[in-house]
Design a binder for this molecule. Structure first.
Ligand SMILES: *[C@@H]1O[C@H](CO)[C@@H](O)[C@H](O)[C@H]1NC(C)=O
Ligand SMILES: *[C@@H]1O[C@H](CO)[C@@H](O)[C@H](O)[C@H]1NC(C)=O
Ligand SMILES: *[C@@H]1O[C@H](CO)[C@@H](O)[C@H](O)[C@H]1NC(C)=O
Ligand SMILES: *[C@@H]1O[C@H](CO)[C@@H](O)[C@H](O)[C@H]1NC(C)=O
Ligand SMILES: *[C@@H]1O[C@H](CO)[C@@H](O)[C@H](O)[C@H]1NC(C)=O
Ligand SMILES: *[C@@H]1O[C@H](CO)[C@@H](O)[C@H](O)[C@H]1NC(C)=O
Ligand SMILES: *[C@@H]1O[C@H](CO)[C@@H](O)[C@H](O)[C@H]1NC(C)=O
Ligand SMILES: *[C@@H]1O[C@H](CO)[C@@H](O)[C@H](O)[C@H]1NC(C)=O
Length: 477
């Protein structure tokens, strides 16, 4: 990491601002809450009302509450219907996939119990699209390990891919689709009643997003015909994101995960005794960089279990030593702190996100423009993505309170026209986060509720440049 890389992006933001004087392209700090207050994270207990142990909310808890296992999304019960004078023109949805097993990299070297996925199949086959061609059997993957294969896999025994969307995660995906359809079709009469050229779905190269999409589309349309899932080549995928942005990666690791900056390492240092205890129970080597450069692995490991009502892990060979709920809660608070630091608190987060996610945002702006110009018939685009996608998007939008975006976390862009208004064809934008109107710390965006669409487009253009050329320039710098 050369110092010039740190300076360049700041100059670049400043110059874009100068050319777009009416829109503020600067980073603005998020609200001060417990999430970005290290003392409040370390010296407290519980999870401040955040939930980590069930897709369903406990009795009496309001929808909209942070629920890591199944985050709130647009549903008719809570949907903030726009006032009559506005008419909806274009919608683009992006959300994280639903709950899954942990990634193999987040499993302990040895697990004290197995994890079965035998109640579902991962359908995977190719078939000619011509309906009169030879059809494929509906063949699916069934994971197994062989007694004869001496290379026992690390982590859980059982019949899951690590990761795969779990049975409950599939149902959460279906319900997510049904809820969106309940608003954009049943309530607003906006979506067509059958899938058509007005509606499009997109996934990433990670198969778990396709597992979600299939269930979600069934929840929306239960279509009888096959439905295409658009996907970009993995090496350039802007949704995941998968395109190469060395300067963006270098910037992230200069201030966040992997960096030695004192304000990043502070929380790792103050959690030293927690780490020692978790390492002892899990068997994770104390010198494992992956597990100790951030709380990502422990967080994923513990939360995936708890979302599926599995017990917290115990030490192999000493079942009296187990991870306590109090320790798990501390890991969950630290996870929130890390996400807020990486994606919002650091003044460099905006630049890093624009580099690594600017292409998706450029595509979003182009999609909106193509709708307005009549170039595209699409009125609804739906993207199934990851926490790394949604976090970077929220970073670019400069959300006022950042969290680690849980399973199914959703952002919706709604473009409206206004009746009677419109000699100039003016358009307005609402952004919904978790089903409610998003507030940005950037004063040009603010509460994104019928924001002049030109302001938003100028913000995006100013950050990413025409054809995302500023992103390309930065990534190669
Ligand atoms: C963040 O602060 C603003 C300004 O004080 C406030 O209006 C907003 O509600 C806060 N956001 C959240 C999520 O509490
Ligand atoms: C937590 O409280 C202890 C005791 O008051 C203090 O020494 C420590 O610095 C606090 N930790 C943080 C991160 O503020
Ligand atoms: C889930 O967590 C909440 C909040 O921490 C707690 O009140 C509830 O008892 C837990 N539920 C289960 C099934 O453990
Ligand atoms: C958690 O980590 C342990 C230890 O590496 C591993 O065995 C287990 O599979 C992980 N579990 C999850 C849910 O990631
Ligand atoms: C996992 O499988 C291996 C090999 O079959 C076996 O030795 C081990 O006891 C199993 N572990 C658990 C927790 O079931
Ligand atoms: C099925 O495949 C065979 C072998 O290539 C081919 O001869 C046949 O025409 C195909 N049938 C249809 C309906 O396409
Ligand atoms: C971390 O420290 C750097 C260098 O002093 C500073 O520029 C940055 O604002 C700090 N970040 C946060 C989130 O406090
Ligand atoms: C400023 O915003 C306008 C309107 O969206 C856009 O056409 C122009 O490209 C932007 N300028 C820069 C330097 O990004």
């Amino acid at each position: 990491m050369q110092p010039s890389r740190l300076i360049l992006p700041l100059l670049w933001v400043a110059s874009a601002r100068a050319q777009n004087g009416t829109v503020d392209l600067q980073w603005h700090a998020p609200n001060k809450t417990w999430i970005n207050d290290l003392a409040a994270v370390m010296n407290s207990s519980g999870t401040n009302g955040f939930l980590f142990n069930n897709s369903a909310l406990p009795e009496g808890v309001k929808y909209g509450t942070y629920n890591w296992c199944n985050m709130p999304h647009v549903r008719s019960e809570e949907y903030p219907t726009a006032s009559e004078e506005y008419s909806l023109e274009y919608v683009e949805v992006i959300h994280r996939h639903h709950k899954r097993t942990p990634y193999a990299s987040n499993t302990f070297p040895k697990e004290s119990y197995g994890w079965s996925c035998s109640e579902q199949g991962l359908f995977y086959y190719g078939q000619p699209l011509n309906p009169s061609g030879n059809a494929s059997a509906q063949s699916y993957w069934f994971v197994y390990t062989s007694e004869t294969n001496p290379f026992a896999p690390p982590g859980f025994n059982g019949t899951c891919q690590f990761p795969q969307i779990t049975r409950q995660g599939l149902d959460d995906s279906w319900q997510h689709g049904k809820d969106l359809f309940g608003v954009y079709h049943d309530l607003l009469n906006f979506l067509p009643s059958e899938p058509s050229e007005k509606v499009q779905y997109r996934v990433t190269n990670n198969a778990i997003t396709s597992q979600v999409a299939g269930m979600l589309i069934s929840g929306m349309y239960a279509p009888k015909e096959p439905v295409p899932l658009r996907i970009q080549p993995s090496s350039v995928d802007s949704l995941e994101p998968g395109y190469s942005c060395p300067a963006g990666s270098a910037l992230y690791s200069a201030y966040g995960v992997g960096s030695t900056a004192a304000n990043w390492t502070a929380h790792l240092t103050s959690a030293r005794s927690l780490y020692a205890s978790l390492d002892d129970i899990s068997g994770v080597p104390t010198d494992s960089t992956d597990w100790h450069k951030s709380f990502d692995h422990y967080y994923d490991n513990l939360s995936a279990r708890q979302c599926h009502a599995k017990p917290l892990p115990c030490k192999i060979g000493d079942s009296s030593k187990c991870v306590s709920q109090e320790q798990a809660d501390t890991v969950y608070r630290l996870g929130q702190y890390e996400y807020s630091f990486i994606h919002r608190d650091s003044p460099k987060s905006l630049q890093a996100a624009v580099g690594s996610y600017g292409v998706f945002v450029a595509e979003l702006a182009q999609n909106i423009r193509d709708h307005i110009s009549g170039k595209s018939p699409l009125i609804y685009r739906h993207n199934v993505a990851h926490d790394g996608s949604v976090s970077r998007l929220l970073s670019i939008l400069q959300i006022d309170v950042m969290v680690w975006v849980g399973m199914g976390s959703e952002v919706v862009f709604e473009v409206y026209s206004k009746k009677g208004d419109d000699a100039q064809g003016k358009k307005y934008l609402r952004i919904l986060w978790g089903g409610q109107i998003l507030r940005s710390s950037n004063p040009s965006l603010g509460l994104v509720d019928m924001l002049d669409l030109d302001v938003f487009l100028a913000y995006v253009d100013g950050l990413v440049g025409a054809g995302a050329n500023t992103v390309v320039g930065f990534c190669k710098s």
